[in-house]
Design a protein around this ligand. Structure first.
Ligand SMILES: *Cc1c(COP(=O)(O)O)cnc(C)c1O
Length: 391
């Protein structure tokens, strides 16, 4: 017999508790939505679902922007979409860099031919509006970019003060909302944000694969006034918008089932209520912090700049960082994240995102972490569960 191949058994992925920087645990009803029948990308039932997705996305992003829809691809495709559509070669772009994702924006903007100036800040701290002003040195810029929730460090960046800076520089304001959306308040219109992108696998609790984006009227104007075509055919918003708009012109085949998942995830957000959802993230984040500190661990970010959905914890002296993560996974089925860049080996990153931000997960994480740290001889200081319960 020729051509015989060993056919692998069907996949049987383990059920984990995802407490890392993403993906986060997916709600059961979202997983069920993914399994619904695939229809054509111009099927009337699907067109209606697309309109509902756009309507729900606008509410969740705090905007009335017409150009609001999910791009096919993960969060990074949203980043690239915003930059490739707004930048023309030679444009001057100012980017806040205090973590991995600011660094990535610099890389992408340079590939778009921009003249990039980075506003460098300490990893683990927010950037002040003055730091942006100083770096700009009074020169004009086409675009100012900032990361609202730096997942690599757990830092929350205030966006409203950056609007004024952008105005003074004559720049559009672009914000990365990948980890903030549906976990901490995002108000694009109130804050005067011109372009934003997010991702599905953080606080939206949907699998990775889509990136919601939104462009203000001003950003759309900049796009329509380009002197040259957008260099990426796939991410060209003038083309993609013709499918998501009333014309329904075929561009690429929409990832139908992924969009079912996003529809359900957005429904769950609105059913819970945005305020309630953000309050839940805040409450569980604070309980986790209290528990970690009671254990005798140090948090990497000052409280005023800390994200409730992503906590960076310093690895104590004498503890094997990777072994803790391995033990959590093997003994408890819990995934947490490692440090990145300059924080590699120095911190763990614990996510409490979307469906994963629960009291139960706080307790589970603190108990499991106590156990694996004790295995390495770490002297636990206090009672983390009592401290968490006291919040
Ligand atoms: C996860 C993340 C991204 C990139 O998203 P991918 O889905 O990994 O492509 C971008 N920015 C921030 C802040 C993120 O947390």
């Amino acid at each position: 017999m020729t051509g015989m191949t060993d056919v692998p058994a069907p996949l049987l992925p383990p059920t984990r508790t995802l407490l890392g920087p993403g993906p986060s645990d997916v709600s059961p009803s979202v997983l069920q939505a993914l399994a619904k029948p695939t229809v054509g990308h111009l099927d009337p039932s699907f067109l209606a679902a697309m309109d509902e997705i756009r309507r729900m996305l606008r509410t969740v992003m705090g905007t009335r922007n017409e150009l609001t829809f999910p791009m096919s691809g993960t969060g990074s495709s949203g980043m690239e979409t915003c930059l490739v559509n707004l930048i023309e070669p030679g444009d001057r772009v100012l980017v806040g860099v205090n973590g991995v994702f600011g660094t990535r924006m610099v890389d992408v903007a340079e590939r778009c031919g921009a003249e990039v100036r980075a506003v460098e800040g300490e990893w683990g701290r927010a950037l002040s509006p003055e730091a942006f002003r100083e770096a700009a040195a009074g020169e004009p810029f086409a675009l100012l970019c900032a990361v609202h929730a730096e997942t690599s460090t757990g830092v929350s960046q205030q966006i409203p003060p950056l609007r004024e800076v952008a105005d003074d520089l004559g720049a559009l304001l672009l914000v990365d909302c990948v980890t903030s959306l549906a976990g901490t308040p995002v108000e694009l219109d109130l804050w005067g944000v011109d372009a934003a992108y997010s991702g599905t696998q953080k606080c939206l609790s949907c699998p990775p694969g889509l990136s919601p984006i939104s462009f203000s009227a001003r950003a759309e104007e900049r796009l329509r006034a380009r002197s040259k075509k957008v260099q990426s055919w796939y991410l060209d918003l003038t083309l993609v918008a013709s499918y998501w708009g009333s014309e329904r012109v075929y561009h690429h085949t929409a990832p139908i089932n992924m969009l079912y998942g996003l529809h359900e995830a957005l429904r769950l957000v609105l059913e819970e209520g945005l305020e309630e959802r953000c309050a839940r993230h805040r409450q569980n984040g604070r309980a986790l912090w209290a528990g970690l500190e009671a254990l005798g661990l140090e948090l990497a970010v000052p409280e005023a700049e800390r994200l409730p959905q992503l906590t960076a914890v310093r690895v104590p002296d004498g503890i094997d960082e990777a072994r803790v993560r391995r033990d959590l996974l093997e003994a408890f089925g819990i995934e947490i994240g490692a440090g990145l860049g300059p924080m590699r080996g120095q911190v763990w990153r614990i996510g409490l995102m979307g469906a994963g931000s629960t009291r139960k997960n706080v307790t589970l994480c603190l108990s499991a972490l106590s156990s694996v740290l004790a295995d390495q001889g770490f002297a636990l200081r206090g009672d983390p569960l009592a401290a968490a319960a006291g919040v």
